[in-house]
Design a binder for this molecule. Structure first.
Ligand code: 5RP
Length: 262
């Protein structure tokens, strides 16, 4: 059977498939949110159903929980898990230090809690997520609905004094209504263009009382796995100082790929 997926899908798929090599039976695994993480859930589901992999998954969103259940992965809460062996998640941007912007899918609050409660965080991405400087992707900040305009004003004031190139703060919408997160909060997207000091900004944003969590992941990610449309995968593991390249034979993986693409 010949399938004709966009190179971007292939890139996400091979990154996700490579990440499954880090997963072993008996592990408790944080399951990320987004289109790349969805490929991971599909791959892990296939390993559970057909190859006897035994894992417990902690999903980072209601969407991922649904996908994981449908794929046959046992789901537990983070408190049931107590601690996780690893979390595998997508990203919106990553820099040379493996610092991230996440939350394009609105799930960065749970994603950060889950990743922080894991021995390792592995990020899976396509090459478009690589940046020299974080900030081209709007930085999501989850805020409480209560007093949201006050919180927004305080964020705008904060941005005047920090090293960024843009300062627009735009509330995320879903159609005509505010976007609401799984925790019942709103999201403000900060259009900063370039963030000179992500560590400082992450700490300052979280000092504002109405801010629940920002999408900067600083010193949380250990490994980035970058897939390409050609089947090439780059692995960068900063904890173990490993830089590796793997080439997937997409023909060999055709059956799995076709199944997953259904
Ligand atoms: O942070 C996220 C969700 O909150 C996602 O990981 C991020 O938006 C990347 O998504 P995708 O894999 O669809 O590009």
């Amino acid at each position: 059977m010949t399938i004709d997926l966009f190179p971007m899908d292939t890139a996400k798929f091979v990154a996700a498939k490579q990440a499954t090599h880090y997963v072993q039976s008996g592990m408790k695994v944080g399951l990320g949110t987004g289109s790349t993480a969805a490929w991971l859930v599909q791959c892990l589901g296939e390993m559970v159903r057909d190859h006897g992999l035994q894992i417990k998954g902690v999903p980072t969103s209601n969407r991922t929980a649904e996908l994981a259940r449908a794929a046959g992965i046992e789901i537990i809460t983070l408190d049931q898990a107590k601690w996780l062996d690893l979390t595998i998640d997508g990203t919106d941007e990553y820099d040379a230090n493996l610092n991230l912007i996440k939350g394009g899918g609105g799930a960065h609050l749970r994603e950060k809690i889950v990743a922080t409660a894991s021995d390792r965080m592995i990020v899976i991405a396509d090459a478009s997520k690589t940046v020299a400087t974080l900030g081209a992707f709007p930085l999501p900040v989850e805020v409480l609905p209560f007093g949201m305009q006050i919180t927004r004003g305080l964020i705008e004031e904060l941005l005047v004094g920090v090293d960024v190139l843009g300062r627009d703060v735009i509330q995320r919408m879903q159609g005509d209504a505010p976007y609401v997160t799984d925790e019942g909060n709103f999201i403000l997207d900060l259009h900063l263009k370039s963030i000179g000091n992500p560590r400082q900004l992450a700490m300052m944003l979280n000092q504002i009382p109405g801010v629940v969590e920002n999408g900067l992941f600083i010193d949380i990610c250990d490994v980035v796995i970058v897939g390409h449309g050609t089947g090439k995968v780059e692995i960068r593991d900063i904890t173990n100082d490993i830089n590796d390249v793997v080439q997937f034979d997409l023909q060999d993986d055709d059956n799995l790929f076709a199944d997953l693409a259904k």
